[in-house]
Design a protein around this ligand. Sequence first.
Ligand code: NAD
Ligand code: UFG
Length: 332
Amino acid sequence: MNLLVTGGTGFIGSHTVVELLNNGDEVIIIDNLSNSKREVVDKIKEITKREAIFYEGDVRNKELLQSIFQKHKIDVVIHFAGYKAVGESVAKPLMYYDNNLISTLCLCEVMNEYKVKKMVFSSSATVYGNPKSLPIKEDFPLSTTNPYGETKLMIEKILKDLAHADKEWSIAILRYFNPIGAHESGLIGESPNGIPNNLMPYIVKVAIHELDHLNVFGNDYDTIDGTGVRDYIHVVDLAKGHLCAAKKVFNSHGVDAYNLGTGNGYSVLQMVKKFEEVNHVKVKYEITQRRAGDIAACYADPSYAYQQLGWKAEKTLDDMCRDSYHFIQKNN
Ligand code: NAD
Ligand code: UFG
């Protein structure tokens, strides 16, 4: 297949491009490098010994999109491009609505124009808000508490309306749980700018002594040890889920949503302990207050993705901890 991957030099996008190239697919990337580096394109080549075509540009630039669709025959679009930091979205809502919504609208309009009506979209478990029960199934009620999550919900709605209005569209909405880890080569991974917001990027910085200690946000939740529980998923497993979803949309019509998680929940303290064990390092931590907006626990029922896409996560928590640490050691 020929795939256009928006946000293809980002964390999840780059791992997906690797899997696509390894699968023999042709890949075109568009990324404005607002949260990634051009060198990722070379790293992808180093890993796969194959090349993706790279366009540096914004998905909101319709002329650029039109020129890409004019020049290349595209079968499926995987749409990762967007901003993703919850806290920043609360502080800068317009920036989030503008980038995430306008890029999706421009993309869909140009896809319509060129009759390429097959898309895989990056949504998030954040659309389930504070779930009433666990594990989370796709038909649970949707709600959200911040502008970032709101953009994901709105885009889901736009895509559903589009697929209902025009039966030629085929769209897979993928709701990711908590992606961590890195490619086993250590060449690509997650490198957030500044102080990380998310747990694993923070843990690795404490492990290499770039940060003094981890603040554990609350130990009074109704969970196994009082700390927050999440469904961490290896980014390579997640990337493979996109190949299955791309095949699905290529061969079907309509719109559907799938949870991409492992189905297992781990607490913050379980993550710290596992990271220490696997990597033989110490991760200093202090218990602090709950972080505003956090929920106690969140993990997927991933059985629908297995049933419909033939996909399930295979890597272990040991793999996730080892590969996250390997990446930072190699890139520090
Ligand atoms: P990322 O920031 O590493 O990758 C996003 C990429 O998109 C970056 O390379 C950035 O430069 C690019 N980009 C942003 N706006 C753009 C625009 N207008 N035009 C062109 N390029 C643009 O993020 P990620 O972790 O790889 O996430 C990918 C997608 O998955 C995002 O939509 C995100 O919201 C979603 N998601 C991520 C997580 C997570 O925890 N990482 C969880 C759920 C959903
Ligand atoms: N945590 C800490 N200390 C930290 C960072 C996190 O204790 O320094 C805790 C949190 O309180 C939570 C858990 O670690 O219990 C995981 O937190 P993350 O910030 O890593 O992940 P979240 O589940 O809060 O959110 C992430 C993404 C969202 C996405 C959501 C669901 O940041 O964008 O997963 O996919 F919506």
